[in-house]
Design a protein around this ligand. Structure first.
Ligand SMILES: Cc1cc2nc3c(=O)[nH]c(=O)nc-3n(C[C@H](O)[C@H](O)[C@H](O)COP(=O)(O)O)c2cc1C
Length: 355
């Protein structure tokens, strides 16, 4: 067997220790001088016996044990293992460097707190440190101009002002028209342009370089005319294609345990195909652009929902592995980023904010 030092490690000094974090496997471990020496020496595949010889202290059995533990911790990877395959796929496909990768991959499948835990934490925090102001006034300025009322005689702004996240839902199916309008508002391709190399799709939301990094998927529980299941929305054809999966998780299982989502008739997931944006922009700043685009798309979906008297509740708290397996997303550069449940608002006595 050959082994190599992991290429997806980030090391940081913490007190007396050097702590390593593997952002692909999410493993965290302390590095002894022996480990660091080995990692520095194993920058390419080497036979495991050579790796054992590189270890400075201990009996042969102890050294073998240490190598096994380092493989377990993904400090080093064994050739042809799943971890080696994941790393090689990452190295081949990720052009945005380690800092952006650290954020992107370490936030996948992370643990979320329950609403009670979130509230308790906030209460503890507020007892020690009051929340910063959540808006600024103009009272420190001398030259103040009161602006005209924006809502009078303005249907668009009145609609926008009605948008609200309502987590409680009435047990009504969505009509196909409602779902169709929400998808079209967020994702529909409404034009085309061309740059020096290729045709570029245009939609109702802006996209950095018109690279259009998002695909939308719908998890239908109760929509007139559609069998329950997972669907892909073709933004160009304005159609839904049923995915072949037989999985039927509760929406809350996909949305980090948020059980209010189980009453919603459907959920739209926005998944980024990062390779589309990465193809043009090698600068990791483009990653920020992709996240911003999810917000533009989400807002259009929410406004279209509002127009139909629905509430679209946004969330970015996912169980990525389960969701990706339902959606058939297997590539390193494809990742669910944002989702919106759709439903007719019910009476929400608390409307407690989960995340
Ligand atoms: C990026 C983002 C993520 C959110 N995630 C959640 C979430 O996980 N769970 C939830 O209940 N609400 C979530 N929300 C909804 C906010 O809690 C909600 O927008 C906020 O309370 C303000 O209420 P409003 O949308 O009615 O204006 C999210 C909103 C945004 C923009």
């Amino acid at each position: 067997m050959r082994v190599r030092g992991s290429q997806t490690l980030v090391l940081s000094p913490q007190g007396d220790e050097i702590v390593a974090f593997n952002f692909l496997s999410k493993s965290v471990f302390c590095c002894t001088p022996n480990t660091l020496h080995l990692l520095q020496s194993l920058d390419d595949w080497r036979d495991v016996d050579e790796a054992i010889e590189l270890l400075q202290d201990g009996s042969a059995v102890a050294k073998q044990q240490q190598i096994n533990e380092m493989i377990q911790a993904t400090a080093i990877v064994a050739e042809n293992s799943d971890q080696a395959a994941a790393e090689s796929e990452f190295l081949k496909s990720w052009d945005w460097g380690i800092p952006a990768a650290l954020m992107h991959f370490s936030l996948k499948d992370c643990a979320f707190l329950s609403i009670e835990e979130v509230e308790e934490l906030q209460q503890e925090k507020a007892a020690k440190t009051p929340s910063p102001k959540l808006y600024e006034l103009n009272d420190t300025y001398n030259d103040i101009h009161q602006l005209p009322n924006a809502l009078i005689d303005n249907d668009l702004l009145q609609l926008m002002a009605r948008r609200r996240t309502v987590r409680a839902s009435l047990p009504h199916a969505l009509t196909l028209q409602e779902l169709s309008d929400c998808l079209f508002a967020g994702m529909g391709i409404t034009g085309q342009t061309r740059n020096c190399v290729c045709d570029l799709p245009l939609s109702m939301t802006p996209s950095g370089g018109a690279r259009n990094p998002f695909e939308a998927y719908v998890y239908v529980k109760s929509v007139d005319g559609l069998e329950p299941g997972f669907y892909h929305y073709s933004a160009l054809e304005h159609s839904l294609g049923r995915l072949p999966t037989n999985q039927t998780p509760k929406p809350s299982e996909l949305l980090a345990g948020q059980d209010w989502a189980d009453d919603k008739p459907c959920v739209i997931f926005l998944a980024a195909m990062l390779e589309r944006t990465m193809w043009k922009y090698l600068d990791p700043n483009a990653y920020r652009g992709v996240l911003i685009e999810a917000g533009h798309i989400g807002q259009n979906i929410m406004l279209s929902a509002t127009k139909h008297g629905l509430s679209a509740c946004p969330t970015a708290a996912f169980c990525h592995s389960l969701l990706h397996s339902c959606l058939g997303l297997t590539s390193t550069t494809q990742c669910a980023m944002y989702s919106l449940t759709l439903g007719r608002p019910g009476e929400d006595k608390t409307n407690r904010i989960f995340q």
